[in-house]
Design a protein around this ligand. Sequence first.
Ligand code: NAD
Length: 363
Amino acid sequence: MSHSLFLLPGDGIGTEIMAEVEKLIAHLNASGATDFVTDTGLVGGCAYDAHGAAISDADMEKALKADAVIFGAVGGPKWDNVPYDVRPEAGLLRLRKDLQLFANLRPAICYPALADASSLKKELVEGLDILIVRELTGGVYFGEPKEITDLGNGQKRAVDTQVYESYEIDRICRVAFDLAKTRGKLVHSSDKKNVMKSGVLWDEVARQAAKDYPDIRFEHILADNCAMQLVRNPKQFDVIVTDNLFGDILSDAAAMLTGSLGMLPSASLGAPDPQTGKRKALYEPVHGSAPDISGKGLANPIAMIASFAMALRYSFGMVELADKVEAAIAGVLDDGLRSADIMQDGCRQVNTAEMGDAIIARL
Ligand code: NAD
């Protein structure tokens, strides 16, 4: 069965790392393992140059119709002074909003060959495989009122509003429970119910949803303790589900347990379509467009390729193939191949295309 992929390479190293995914897709299609039909659009600064918008309506339409969107990275100094509404990041924000991507999945996997590169002791991170499921469209980043008021006495007051409705908590928790079924069957739900009303509701709804998943172990953990435990003993976790703010912070902390930005994939999922059961989804590396290394062949394509592997797993149910791609990544690292950002003594430095080729050869 054929599946459609809409590729949005974006700016800077986005185009370089997407080229490696395109090679991989061509390889998988040629081998008969997949039948992907791809189309490519513009997002970010390049879209602004072409259309005066961070993503055109026509490309937005294509993103809405595709089975999955594969996104590179956007931005760069060239567009630092463009109007706020059409700045490169606005393209990504519009995609997230229009595709209603409320669940952000951030895995933190420690490849054995890179265990020494972590800032934690090797034994704490070797074999680490955790997944942070962050609520992406609600909470304090979007709640109203959100303002700074001049009090007229030389003082100002700033207000952000942390707001969640139960349906928002329920749907993100169910994503976490469903994912845990395919992994270690353990979910930690993280909030600050000791000091926040939104945390009290979060915990109440999470526990209620957990009742529908008797085979999943459910644990509550306060967000501050979760941060501490992530650096004390990260392997105790399997899936962590949390709100937008705590998820932002905890996922970055977890990510750095495993090394470079160039290694970190992510997925953002929407609600399943009531008719087809398919979810809208966007897959992207965590890093940005890295203007400092763009055009030099220095970009590490692993985060991008691992994001594509997440698409195989979560949008297309191709779990075995996703496992193989991830094993190929681990394999080239075992072989001692490194891009510049993860270079270690005794290893061989390769450029972006050589890394992509080596992963395909391993497959
Ligand atoms: P960045 O993630 O682009 O780069 C941070 C550092 O990590 C740089 O030194 C870069 O060279 C390195 N790096 C990042 N990805 C790498 C890779 N794949 N291989 C090797 N090294 C890599 O963040 P920044 O420098 O703060 O931002 C640069 C631009 O990217 C800005 O315009 C910013 O707005 C944008 N940005 C975009 C996204 C996105 O598209 N999702 C995310 C973050 C930043």
